[in-house]
Design a protein around this ligand. Structure first.
Ligand code: ADP
Ligand code: UVW
Ligand code: MG
Length: 394
């Protein structure tokens, strides 16, 4: 397929977008709208910056389209629009052409990803109105995890919940895990279907995924994107009895506890900052809460790595990606401390050397390669969108 794909990644308070040329597989425009619905909104379109309030995703996306019209490049060559959708439930395990019915199904899945699916859907609605003649394709975060075996995705709960209410592990960040695990195999010069890896996607949201021969076999997030690793504002794993306990002793409602575990917990809850750069600044200033927060963060990653070594049996690569994983050598080193008996080691010099490229940061000859691979969810979405549209045309 030739032409260009416009990729939209609508988050809870942001829209990231990319215009990707399919022939060269390079982007020709990129940008983002930040702090949607808050004061201090910002649109960055290439070199152009617009500072104003964007009350909704609809207004944000309109401003993006206006920026394309005013500053270029032209959107006339766009042949399809690809949308990141976080939760696809059990139904959406492939990139899917969006129609009214698919929109409704994404809406019905919103309770499973309340921070994400509503924003994704708003992006889809505005874009479908702006480009009514183009195919729009949804690429789901959950899809890559459809291969997780039942013993790893089933919760030990009453069977009716599983059978009738869709209660199970789904997992997220799958588009990213698919992209970086494939890149990791390329970097190692080995066939994708022979490489076992553990992907550590450490961004504002964070997850660990075990990949065996190109297929996800376990992941740390669950029915929602709340469990697993410590995140910017999400708790990750807690005792499932916590909502009931807090209800009993503090009179908090289930909704209040859920909101607090999603928005006021994680690094933010433990030390008052959710941006990793700020957390390290606090650590360096001697803040004991920030120090403990980082120790919890590192320990949790380590514990998941250990679990996934057990799940995979043989591990060829550990792959760091996303905002923290790609940029923060201190967190990488903390996360893998004390794992040398598992063959996992980080070379201090390689790890600390700044780079934007995919690279190896373990010592030569290490049993397990430790890699840093910048994720590119937008390129992966563009590829999957183009493949879906090409299949339709056949
Ligand atoms: N240079 C850096 N050093 C350490 N952490 C960073 C750096 N740049 C970004 N981050 C972290 O990455 C996070 C954003 O990661 P990203 O993958 O873009 O998250 P999301 O897609 O969930 O918004 C920030 O909240 C911050 O904690
Ligand atoms: C699913 C999820 O956590 O996504 P993000 O990291 O973009 O918040
Ligand atoms: Mg992300």
């Amino acid at each position: 397929m030739t032409g260009q794909v416009l990729v939209l990644n609508s988050g809870s308070s942001s829209i990231k977008y990319r215009l990707i040329d399919l022939a060269s597989r390079r982007w020709t425009a990129r940008g983002l709208v930040e702090r949607i619905g808050e004061n201090g909104g910002l649109l960055v379109h290439g070199d152009v910056r617009v500072e104003r309030r964007f009350p909704s995703h609809e207004e944000g996306l309109r401003a993006v389209l206006a920026a394309f019209a005013e500053h270029g490049p032209s959107l006339d060559g766009v042949t399809a629009v690809g949308h990141r959708v976080v939760h696809g439930g059990s139904r959406f395990v492939e990139p899917t052409l969006i129609d009214e019915e698919v929109e409704r199904a994404i809406e019905e899945l919103a309770p499973l990803a309340p921070l994400h699916n509503p924003a994704n859907l708003e992006g889809i609605r505005v874009a479908r109105r702006a480009f009514p003649g183009l195919p729009h394709v949804a690429v789901f975060d959950t899809a890559f995890h459809a291969t997780i075996p039942p013993y790893a995705h089933t919760y030990a709960v009453p069977r009716e919940w599983t059978d009738e209410l869709g209660v199970r592990r789904y997992g997220f960040h799958g588009t990213s895990a698919a992209y970086v695990s494939r890149r990791a195999a390329e970097l190692l010069g080995r066939p994708y279907d022979e490489v076992n890896s553990i992907v550590l996607h450490l961004g504002n949201g964070a997850s660990a995924t075990a990949v065996r021969g190109g297929r996800s076999v376990d992941t740390s997030m669950g029915i929602t994107p709340l469990p697993g690793l410590v995140m910017g504002t999400r708790s990750g794993d807690v005792d499932p009895a916590l909502p009931a306990y807090l209800n009993r002793v503090a009179g908090m409602s289930v909704q209040d506890v859920d909101a607090a575990l999603n928005r006021d917990s994680g690094l933010l809850g433990m030390c008052g900052a959710n941006d990793m750069r700020e957390v390290w600044r606090l650590v360096d200033a001697g803040d004991p809460h920030a120090r403990l927060a980082m120790d919890v963060y590192g320990y949790r990653v380590r514990a998941y790595v250990g679990a996934y070594v057990a799940a995979l049996g043989r591990v060829d690569a550990i792959v760091f990606t996303a905002g923290v994983g790609e940029n923060d050598s201190r967190t990488r080193s903390l996360a893998l401390t004390g794992l040398s008996r598992l063959g996992i080691e980080v070379d201090a010099g390689r790890n600390a050397a700044p780079s934007r490229e995919a690279r190896v940061v373990s010592p030569d000859g290490a049993e397990v390669a430790v890699l840093v691979v910048p994720t590119d969810e937008e390129l992966e979405i563009a590829d999957q969108t183009a493949a879906r549209v090409a299949a339709l045309a056949r």
